[in-house]
Design a protein around this ligand. Sequence first.
Ligand code: COA
Length: 421
Amino acid sequence: MTTQIKRFFDDYSRHFRMNGGSIKSIKYGVSLKRNIRNDRKGDHVSEFDKICEVQSDKASVEITSRYTGIVKELFYKIGDMAKVGSKIVDIETENINETIDSTVGNVSDGKLYMLAAPAVRRIVREHNIDIKSIKGTGKDGRVTKEDVLNHVADLKIADIQKPYVSQYPVEDKIVPLTNIQKSMFKIMTKSLQIPHFGYSDEYSFDNVISFRDMIGQSNNQFSIKKISYMPILIKSFSVALQQFPILNASIIEKENDDGDSNVIKIRYRSAHNVGIAMDTPGGLLVPNIKNVQTKSIFEISEDLQRLQEAGKKNLISPTDLKDGTITLSNIGIIGGIFLSPVVVCSELCIAAIGKIQRLPRFEIIKDKITGEIKEQVVAKNIVPISFSADHRVIDGVTIAKFSQRWKNLLENPALLSAELR
Ligand code: COA
């Protein structure tokens, strides 16, 4: 399993290891800071510095350093393919006495080594400030908790007093694409060679809302903060897919075959690795939840929560970004009704969820006394759903039938429960 790197890559979280020493310790598997050139051994990196950009076939993610220390060894060059799990850099760190309640700036060999006790580091981190900008008033110039809080208060005052500066650019400027934009550019250009078939419908969401409230209140053994609609949408999507495996398939085509349909094959994939379009501080990413077909709604919820937390810190791993088989995009959180989503080029189908709205709809009722069948207008929670599919191998009827099946499961959660294994 390999991942292409733009700069340096390591799945460091799985490879942290410490060499105990009396003064120094070496921690392995932390990837390199972006601005450290390949020949710059001996450079200093600080904890939470953005140190590398991981480029997978779908997107790129920035990773930050867990440690403050000195680069001792580099194992890859920019642009190399790094095997997932292999180490790319050794960072030598100062031995930190975790019990001290302060932060100290220590100058040695003309370089600044920042030490931080957990309590002070946490406050500095929460306020997203550079510790080097704080003047320490403690013993030997130590930065105390009070120094940090005073600094934060000063920053707030300075911010209020700052004159208003418009964000609108005063002159044209030309900038290169960010890594996520480069990835989007590459994938979407390829995706738009696919003839898309679009289909939209609206589903009643009332029963999903009650279902979510019910399971959200249940005691479960999972570490879930709250259940959102997404895990229910993802699970029901996977249950519906079981009858429509073509939607989860991919096309195998060789380069330079000029679209010769005699050599093209379809791979029916057993795993439902459902990609979730995710809005992260770095931009759009599509990590996927693996093997949804074997997971409960609670397990999916746990996976989604992990991905969302990693996304907020730009720490989604390449493994999470790889091997998606179909995609769901819930843009309705932000707004919008119907969409024209673009199929990811390694997949055949994508579904987009629009904004849930309370709308008037006709309902057929039977009068309890007379038995007469009548129509009445009622308020319903309606969710618009839009599909796009690769029209070279998927026809409109298949999408329409799949949509009917998914709709039926969502509008009747009891049916969904009955179908779960
Ligand atoms: N319409 C209206 N509200 C919605 C909604 C929808 N379609 N889907 C979810 N919500 C609500 C939820 O109910 C929740 O509110 P509540 O807690 O008061 O009930 C709130 O929005 C936020 O939900 P949250 O728990 O943060 O997220 P989620 O699990 O529903 O969705 C993601 C997770 C990752 C899909 C979402 O955070 C995200 O990034 N969406 C953007 C997708 C995107 O960028 N698509 C574009 C691709 S080009």
